[in-house]
Design a protein around this ligand. Structure first.
Ligand code: PLP
Length: 366
């Protein structure tokens, strides 16, 4: 953790920054982008029309509602929670940062505060934690990409974490973590705040919201980003009200713009059934492409509970990634990280036409 001598103000900057890389995405011009787990563009004219009409009524000269009351009420209803158990943020990313800002006390002057998570998983837990001076322990998932209980228990005992982040369904592997392993982790980590990130839960057969009754250390994270509204940057967390009251002190009062509050409310109320249709279409396409890919030679697919598929390729992932890219299809490859990830690709489910093009290239590559 040291800066090169030519970096200005290096004595003032947090040393952790010297080791980090900015979050970058490929901004090339690809006809088919299946790399970011966004939902396909909605072709439902009703959605476009209602959003445009609602945006036309915004009081642009006013600050947003700092409490986001209408949106939080709608989200609380959607999740079966109380209003004061829901907090909204600029995507779940802001809420991840907020949790890390607030829950940053270390147990002694000699140990940094600690985050426990798994690998591979969503990179923002680690990035956001490192920027704030946390030590990050990453326990590899087992060979079915599920929680490795022994290693997790061991990590819990050696370095009790302030926060545990588990995405279920997990990104990039697409599977729900098994329920009994999650429950045992929640039991074993009763003095840590455990965050279950449900970014993909709308595509999964079951959720974790009911566990809140039994586990006062549980926080659930959700977002609109993967169900068609990434542009809105709206995420929320559901957790115990006494903890949320403290977290709220670290939140920027006007974090969520009026237009985002208003449109997000519409998405989860009036437009909810249109959104469900889109989700349903994506799930049936997901199952179709999973079935087609496993019929080909040299590929396997982890059963997906999300809007993307996690494909094992016998030949190096890099080759297939480049082949798809040369055909205008961008997917996500982790080959630079090596190890077991060198043979895996994460592919977002697209429209039927896009998926057909994807399958054509796969058929050639077998
Ligand atoms: C995409 C993703 C998010 C979304 O973050 P937003 O800031 O809400 O867009 C959160 N968690 C996981 C695991 C994700 O894959």
């Amino acid at each position: 953790m040291t800066f090169a001598p030519n970096i200005p103000f290096s004595t003032l900057l947090r040393p952790e920054l010297s080791d980090l890389k900015p979050y970058v995405t490929d901004t090339g011009n690809y006809p088919i982008r299946l790399d970011a787990n966004e939902a396909p563009a909605s072709r439902n004219a009703n959605i476009q029309r209602r959003l445009a009409a609602a945006a036309a009524d915004i009081a642009w000269e006013r600050y947003p509602d700092p409490m986001a009351l209408e949106l939080r009420t709608a989200l609380a209803n959607r999740c079966g929670a109380q209003l004061d158990e829901v907090m909204v943020g600029v995507g779940s990313d802001e809420l991840i940062s907020l949790l890390l800002t607030a829950l940053a006390q270390s147990s002694s002057p000699y140990t940094p505060p600690t985050v426990l998570t798994v690998s591979p998983t969503f990179v923002m837990y680690k990035l956001s934690a490192k920027v704030r001076g946390f030590r990050v322990l990453e326990v590899p998932l087992d060979d079915t990409w599920d929680l490795a209980e022994k290693s997790l228990t061991c990590a819990l005992e050696t370095a009790p974490p302030n926060l545990i982040f588990i995405a279920s369904p997990n990104n990039p592997t697409g599977n729900l973590m098994s329920r009994d392993r999650l429950e045992r982790l929640l039991d074993a980590a009763s003095s840590s705040v455990c965050v279950i990130d449900e970014a993909y839960i709308d595509y999964a057969p079951r959720a974790h919201m009911d566990l809140r009754k039994r586990y006062p250390n549980l926080i659930i994270l959700r977002t609109l980003s993967k169900i068609g509204f990434a542009a809105l940057r709206v995420g929320w967390l559901v957790g115990p009200r006494a903890l949320l009251q403290e977290l709220d002190k670290a939140r920027q009062p006007y974090n969520l713009a009026s237009v985002n509050q208003c449109l997000a409310k519409l998405v989860v109320t009036e437009l909810a059934s249109c959104v469900s249709e889109l989700i349903f279409e994506v799930m049936s396409e997901r199952d179709r492409i999973s079935n087609e890919i496993v019929k080909l030679n040299g590929f396997a697919v982890t059963p997906s509970d999300a809007n993307f598929v996690w494909v094992h390729t016998a030949r190096p992932a890099k080759d297939l990634f480049e082949m798809l890219r040369s055909r205008g299809i961008l997917v996500r490859s982790f080959h630079e990280r090596g190890g077991r990830l060198a043979h895996q690709l994460r592919i977002t489910v697209g429209t039927e036409e896009q998926n057909n093009k994807l399958l054509e290239v796969f058929a050639e590559a077998q």
